[in-house]
Design a protein around this ligand. Structure first.
Ligand SMILES: Nc1ncnc2c1ncn2[C@@H]1O[C@H](COP(=O)(O)OP(=O)(O)OP(=O)(O)O)[C@@H](O)[C@H]1O
Length: 275
């Protein structure tokens, strides 16, 4: 079951939000995802692109079960385990989530804890809560954490409080935590949006390495189409909550991009994403 099931299966997912009106009453509903389907059968690097507000983060959060999708036929499964269906989270969603590494744009790490402890938090799904809470890691666990920090190039900062690290060092720490966790899927929500281009490229390369060397499936939302094309092999484009492109990065031509981004087309490129 674990070996043959798709890594990620999103079937007919819709997500409606209620928008509160400024004045009393008159709330409106808004469909952020509209019948989205998408399957990742083998570990790939999938870039989620699309204009601001097109539903990228909502899709990522629906995959991890942080958003509950609309009732109906919609369903999300990860590695053969149901995350949610018909508007309800599965009762064992925490266990499934422990196989997913999450990387956000900011606030990835617990600021007052050391980088080492933050990376070691990747063990939390596997060790008793109390042992993790008290930081009672075994020698093997400590070694694994240091290996992961070394792998992403931040071992020298292990003892430093996370909130004193640079943005790039924090993102590397989040990747190390996913490695410690043994994540089979990494969901990264705009992981390079607040980084300078040089650091952004390094972080993207670490995600590529995680996929190529460790067979981890990566789904990453990106504002920069250049990065999506350069570092990902598949692109899923959303527009107004609908999938408007799902295919190889090489197949995404300017005409399709103009249709996706409209007036935002020129802004979707940084022009700085070099290998
Ligand atoms: N909790 C919420 N309540 C109400 N509306 C929401 C909520 N979360 C998201 N939305 C709306 O859903 C739409 C999709 O938002 P989402 O954050 O998924 O877009 P995005 O493509 O990730 O955008 P960006 O590129 O700007 O981050 C937006 O119109 C947003 O305002």
């Amino acid at each position: 079951m674990w070996m043959t099931a798709p890594l990620v299966e999103v079937t007919s997912v819709s997500k409606t939000f209620t928008r509160k009106a400024a004045a009393a009453g008159g709330n409106t509903t808004f469909k952020a995802l509209d019948n989205v389907s998408f399957v990742m059968t083998k570990p790939e690097r999938v870039a989620l692109i699309g204009p601001s507000g097109s539903g990228k983060s909502t899709l990522l959060r629906s995959i991890s079960g942080l958003h509950t999708i609309d009732k109906g036929k919609g369903a999300v499964s990860v590695m053969g385990r149901v995350v949610q269906k018909n508007g309800s989270l599965a009762s064992d969603v925490r266990a499934t989530r422990s196989r997913m590494g999450m990387i956000a744009q900011q606030f990835n790490l617990v600021g007052r804890l050391s980088l080492f402890t933050n990376a070691a938090l990747g063990f939390l799904g596997k060790v008793s809560g109390l042992r993790g809470f008290l930081g009672m890691w075994t020698a093997d666990e400590k070694q694994a954490v240091m290996r992961a920090l070394d792998h992403v190039g931040v071992a020298q900062f292990a003892g430093q409080r996370a909130n004193t690290l640079s943005g790039g060092q924090q993102q590397r720490g989040a990747i190390a935590r996913a490695i410690v966790q043994g994540a089979q899927i990494v969901l990264a929500d705009e992981p390079v949006a607040s980084l300078d281009p040089v650091t952004a490229r390094k972080v993207m390369k670490l995600l590529v390495n995680l996929n190529e060397a460790d067979g981890v499936g990566v789904i990453v939302t990106l504002h920069q189409v250049d990065y999506a094309k350069l570092y990902c092999d598949r692109i899923l484009a959303l527009k107004e909550g609908k999938v408007v492109y799902d295919g190889p990065a090489s197949g995404l031509d300017d005409e399709t991009l103009k249709n996706i981004y409209g007036a935002e087309f020129e802004d979707a490129f940084w022009g700085e994403a070099k290998a």
